[in-house]
Design a binder for this molecule. Structure first.
Ligand SMILES: *Cc1c(COP(=O)(O)O)cnc(C)c1O
Length: 388
């Protein structure tokens, strides 16, 4: 990428921070039972799947999770030699391509498995998804015996090689008593079904139910994998959570001041004239907007760090530009760096802060940083930087 294209805006991905997060999480997990499985679906939550895959491989990770066939193939084609599990629904038409690329797919029902088996001309590695309360995908576990019978039926199908079984918690990111109880209930339902399936003669290499939040708050060594997603990126499963580990956000979003102008009492800024100056105000414009993934919902309710100081956003956020009041910051001029997410001096704005301000979660913010924003890798091994 030519330097001048990076000057407008860039998402800096700090591979050293990613490494420190991983080591911290690995230390938290280490008991010899549960192995980290790095969830790098959705292009590594917007951070770039291949550079992260290479980093985690170097750190000894041999299990990765993605959400669909295309993402799995990207990892394989990108040189990933570890296990790759597709967590979501896999189209049975993909059977052979999954088998050829040694990708593990998820089956969600007996019918789904039957179709996969029918379409496969060679063995496909499979994990069975068990539904314990998300009510999204998976075999129902309300009746452990019935679930076990279904799992056994799947395992007996031609060209289906069942290696694992897993479930997903609905409320592991909440510390409310009722949610903690629900997570526990899900876990028991799941383990009952797994035990019943084992009595039916099934053997699972992997039995797993921990996501980031469950790893942090409901750790259980009976899960052979911890499917770590959001925490790898240094964000929190939920804003109000106190994290038992020290994590650093991996992504920063940086842009630049394009122009500085002074407006006067009664002048408005941006579409809809929602902001009207009540006196002389110095306004800095920056070339980042909602098309870059900065939420328009934050119009009038956002901040940037410029020259180490916080500046308030004013007026509507446009598709490609937004404005900040820099009246109280000395000497702001065109070309100054603007931090929208990240740290500058003693000030920090996180993706979680943005999410909290617009009623969503940090996941959506980082996943939403659009593809026109170049990802620039810092730290780590610089040979990781040259990606498509
Ligand atoms: C995305 C996903 C995860 C990772 O979730 P985090 O909250 O980011 O840790 C784990 N398991 C499944 C099934 C997922 O879909």
């Amino acid at each position: 990428m030519k330097k001048e294209f990076l000057d407008r805006i860039r998402a800096e991905i700090d591979l050293d921070a990613a490494e420190r997060n991983f080591m911290e999480l690995k230390g938290f997990l280490y008991d010899g039972f549960t192995k980290p499985a790095c969830v790098i679906k959705a292009d590594g939550y917007g951070h770039g799947d291949l550079p992260l895959m290479r980093l985690y491989r170097k750190l000894g990770v041999d299990f990765f999770c993605v959400s669909n066939t295309a993402e799995a193939l990207r990892l394989r084609d990108g040189g990933c030699t570890g296990d790759i599990l597709i967590l979501g629904w896999c189209c049975p038409d993909d059977a052979d391509i999954l088998a050829e690329n040694d990708i593990i797919c998820t089956v969600v029902s007996v019918e789904n498995a039957a179709e996969l088996s029918k379409k496969a001309s060679k063995p496909v590695r499979v994990h069975i998804k068990a539904n314990t309360g998300m009510n999204r995908i998976g075999l129902n576990t309300g009746d452990a015996e019935q679930c076990a019978a279904e799992a056994a039926k799947i395992a007996a199908m031609p060209n289906i090689s069942v290696e694992g079984i897993f479930t997903h918690f609905a409320a592991a990111d909440s510390r409310l008593e009722k949610d903690i109880a629900f997570t526990e209930e899900q876990k028991l339902k799941f383990l009952d079904a797994v035990n019943a399936a084992e009595r039916h003669g099934l053997k699972f290499k992997q039995v797993h139910f921990l996501n980031s939040a469950a790893t942090m708050y409901s750790y259980d060594s009976r899960s052979t994998l911890a499917r770590l997603g959001i925490v790898l990126y240094g964000l929190r499963p939920a804003y109000s959570l106190h994290m038992p580990v020290v994590l650093e956000p991996v992504m920063s979003l940086k842009t630049v001041v394009s122009q500085v102008k002074t407006v006067h009492k009664g002048d408005s800024v941006s579409y809809g004239r929602t902001y009207v100056a009540d006196g002389d105000r110095v306004i800095a414009t920056v070339p980042c907007g909602y098309a870059d993934g900065y939420p328009r919902l934050l119009s009038g309710n956002c901040e940037a760090i410029i020259r180490g100081k916080r500046a308030k956003g004013v007026g509507r956020i446009c598709m490609d530009q937004m404005m900040f009041d820099v009246t109280k910051i000395d000497g702001v001029s065109a070309g100054d760096e603007v931090t929208l997410i990240g740290r500058d001096g003693s000030n920090t704005i996180t993706a979680d802060d943005l999410a909290e301000a617009c009623g969503t979660i940090g996941y959506e913010i980082v996943c939403g940083i659009s593809k026109r924003v170049p990802r620039v890798y810092i730290g780590g091994d610089q040979s990781d930087s040259d990606d498509e």
